[in-house]
Each structure stands twice: as C-alpha cells, then as structure tokens.
Design a protein around this ligand. Structure first.
Ligand SMILES: C[S@@+](CC[C@H](N)C(=O)[O-])C[C@H]1O[C@@H](n2cnc3c(N)ncnc32)[C@H](O)[C@@H]1O
Length: 305
C-alpha cells in the first residue's frame, strides 16, 4: 500500500521496484532502476542529485508524494524517459532543461568535458569550439561553462532542438559566449573555423532503430537514425570538418556501435578510440592533419553511398 510510503528513500525504493517489475529499459542517463528512481524523486521535489544521504529520511508532503506517484505510474505506462517527465537532465555536473524537442542528454563526452579533454587537448590553445548536432545544447553549453575563455558555437538542423538549446543557454546565462545556429551540418557555418569540433550526431542503424525499446520512441527520430550502417551523418562530418578546423584543430565524434562499420569502411584512417572510465564508448578523436591526409579515401567512401 502506498500509504506506507513516507520518506524520500521510501519513494525511491518504491519507484525502483515498480520500474524493475515492469521491465523498463534504462538507457537515458542511467543504467539501473535505483539511479533513475533517484532522478525522478529528487527532481520532482527540486532537489539536486548530490543531495546528502541524511535528507533521504526527510518526509514528503501529501502533495509531493501524490505528484511523484503519478510520475512513477506514467513512467511505467508510457515508457517516457524520466528526464522528459520531470523536465530536467543532468550532464557534466550541470542541469539542463529536457523535453521531447531534443534527445535526453547522456553522451559519454560529458566525461571528456569534466576532465578538460585531457590528454586530447593538452598543450593546445582553444579559443573557438563547435558543438555540431547540439540537440538540447548540453555539450556546447557544458564546454563553455567548464572553459570560461572559450567562445562556443552550437548548431543543429532541428528548429525544435535549437529552441530548447537557446532556453538552456539563457538559463545558464551564457548568451555572450554560446551562439546557436540552425544549420544542416556545416552549411550554415560557412567561413567559420574552430580549434575543436565536438559532435554527437545520429548514428543508429535503421535496423537497430526498428528494434529500440519503447523509451526511444519518445525522442525525435532525427536525433537517432542515420541510415543502413549508422554512418550517414558521421561521414559527412568527416568530409566537411577540415574546412572548419584550424591547422592543428581536433575533431571528436561519437558514433557508438557504428565504430565497427567506420573502421571497416576506412581501415587506414588513424581514428583514436577514446577509453572512458567504463571502457570504450565509440567516440573517436582525429587531428585535422590526418583528416587531410585521408581526405580522398573519406570522400570516396562518402560518395560511394
Ligand atoms: C544524437 S542527437 C545529440 C544531441 C546532443 N548533442 C546530445 O548529446 O544530447 C543528434 C542531433 O543531431 C541533429 N541532427 C540530425 N541531422 C542533422 C544535420 N544534418 N545537421 C545538423 N544537425 C543534425 C538532431 O536534430 C539531434 O539533435
């Protein structure tokens, strides 16, 4: 009986049990029911994710409890990701507004941002950076927040995603250093050059997309699906990036499971597959010099499609 539930910890435990019993999929910022339940309960009562454990014993008001119980049932019945239900996701230690206009922030690139892109940027001066395919703006905004002297452009083809990204820029008061542009990849960024380009583009294959759990159907397909091998967008980025990188500029792109297809398609390109705390996550780093050296092979692979 839910009347027996009283404290924050009670509600987190109850939500996690409901989620597990319902066989939900966890892939939107969390990989387990307890973390997702914690997100739902704490965000619902406007508390931060790093709440000291002592507050777990705090009792909830009847209204708070009723709101949380309604959201738990919605999560189970509709499969909608928690970030959309509570309107908030955390990324690189920062809160972001999150709703159906853009994917829920969850890229492992957060770890690179928090680590100052070390060792990838060690010894390199960055003045201007680009977050291409920005969605909610999470990568570009977090890069700017973590690096107070950087100017950051963010770009996306989706009008809806960009509207959300602009709300996030304003929320973090970064309007003077983060500039949003609606653009089909680099088309709207002609003449602009960067020291660092970071992208988490769509990279799910058509077959994988068709088999995704219900949670993903709540997200824009434009942010996920990228053709038969998942490389439609990544290959275009590889072709066009040299035009937009300064001479010793660096490109960092997430391609997830499509890493294998990319290695098979371009076996001679020296992609550096980054190791994260949890292991490899399908994110590569590539110098502009290497992009130039292999430009013919990259272009041939893109044109052969
Ligand atoms: C995987 S989501 C990533 C969003 C965000 N960077 C993140 O990490 O949460 C990919 C984004 O790419 C955008 N996108 C898809 N095709 C694009 C294109 N041709 N040009 C620019 N953006 C594109 C989608 O609208 C979506 O917001």
């Amino acid at each position: 009986m839910t009347s027996e539930l009283a404290t924050i910890v009670d509600l987190i435990r109850y939500a996690a049990s409901r989620f597990n019993a319902a066989g939900l999929t966890f892939g939107h910022s969390h990989d387990n029911a307890i973390d997702e339940a914690t997100h739902l309960v704490l965000s619902s009562v406007h508390l931060p994710p790093d709440l000291p454990p002592a507050y777990g014993a705090a009792r909830l008001t009847a209204d708070e409890k009723a709101r949380i119980l309604r959201l738990i049932e919605r999560r189970v019945e509709t499969r909608e990701p928690v970030a959309y239900l509570v309107g908030e996701a955390w990324f690189a230690g920062m809160p972001f507004k999150s709703d159906k206009r853009a994917l829920v922030p969850r890229s492992p690139i957060a770890e690179l941002i928090e680590d100052g892109f070390s060792p990838w940027l060690d010894g390199r001066e960055v003045e201007r950076a680009l977050d291409l395919c920005t969605g909610s703006g999470c990568i570009g905004i977090a890069m700017a927040a973590h690096n107070p002297h950087w100017q950051v452009d963010i770009a996306d083809i989706s009008k809806d995603a960009l509207a959300l990204a602009r709300e996030n820029i304003a929320w973090h008061q970064l309007d003077d250093r983060v500039h949003a542009t609606r653009s089909d990849l680099f088309d709207g960024l002609r003449g602009k050059r960067y020291d660092l380009i970071v992208s988490n583009p769509p990279y799910v294959t058509d077959a994988e997309y068709a088999a995704l759990p219900g949670e993903y159907a709540h997200e824009p397909k434009l942010g996920l699906a990228a053709g038969t091998d998942g490389l439609d967008i990544a290959l275009r980025i590889l072709c066009e990036a040299p035009e937009h990188l300064n001479e010793d500029g660096l490109l960092i792109v997430e391609v997830g499971e499509s890493e294998r297809a990319l290695n098979a398609l371009l076996p001679d390109v020296p992609f550096v597959w980054i190791e994260f705390k949890v292991g490899p996550m399908g994110v590569f780093a590539l110098e502009r010099g290497d992009l130039m050296k292999h430009a013919d092979a990259i272009r041939a692979a893109a044109e052969a499609r």
